[in-house]
Design a protein around this ligand. Structure first.
Ligand SMILES: C[S@@+](CC[C@H](N)C(=O)[O-])C[C@H]1O[C@@H](n2cnc3c(N)ncnc32)[C@H](O)[C@@H]1O
Length: 198
């Protein structure tokens, strides 16, 4: 894309174009050809649990559509943390999410990526990374990384599968489908996973 083309594109169009280009480059990492739609973003925001002094963490923030819905739902920007592995997308997120903490990195390294003062002070983790496309051992690494920074909180996860995208019992999690958004493309379910009581 030329600089002139970039200037002519509205932010939303730029996000969708960037998303599609990244899907062409690495479909397994992206898991979808387009960003989540407004109905799914609102559904995720409605499922937040957060005490006033806690943060919300989104993993795999892509072009920021869910992060923007979280802000619209009242999460203060200084309490929003997003992690994205693709540097070009993280740069885009930093532009559209002023005041939020945008971290470029692999969510499997969360304990080292998230500033220490937020460990244990994250009310909700939203995982947008397509875990269903990962082998079980890699899924376990993501789940352990989440548990390390947000112990006992579990995470929200959306998926286009008809059944749980994760083998919950094998990961010692409970799974509850808390939402279904047929208006999304593809239609998506929202799941809440929580650690099994020990
Ligand atoms: C299905 S997209 C979701 C994007 C956005 N949350 C949305 O709903 O439109 C998955 C995102 O996860 C990111 N991702 C994939 N693997 C990741 C990893 N290991 N760590 C951080 N982000 C990752 C991808 O680059 C992509 O932006």
């Amino acid at each position: 894309m030329t600089a002139c083309q970039a200037q002519r594109e509205a932010p939303g169009q730029r996000g969708a174009g960037l998303f599609f280009r990244r899907w062409l480059a690495n479909p397994l990492q992206m898991g979808s050809i387009i960003p989540s739609g407004p109905a799914l973003c609102r559904r995720v925001a409605a499922a937040l649990r957060r005490a006033p002094d806690e943060a919300v963490l989104e993993l795999g923030a892509g072009t920021g559509v869910i992060a923007q819905a979280l802000l619209a739902a009242g999460v203060p920007p200084e309490r929003l943390i997003v992690v994205e592995i693709v540097p070009e997308m993280a740069a885009h997120l930093a532009n559209i999410l002023p005041g939020a903490l945008v971290i470029t990195g692999d969510a499997r390294a969360l304990p080292t990526l998230i500033p220490r003062h937020w460990h244990g002070r994250i009310g909700t983790v939203v995982c947008g990374i397509p875990l269903v496309l990962q082998p079980r051992t890699e899924q376990a690494r993501f789940i352990a990384a989440i548990e390390a920074v947000a112990p006992g909180r579990g995470f929200l996860h959306f998926s286009y599968c008809a059944t749980s995208p994760l083998p919950a019992r094998a990961h010692r999690l409970t799974a509850r489908r808390i939402g279904w958004t047929p208006a999304n493309f593809p239609p998506a379910s929202l799941w809440r996973y929580e650690p099994l009581a020990r």
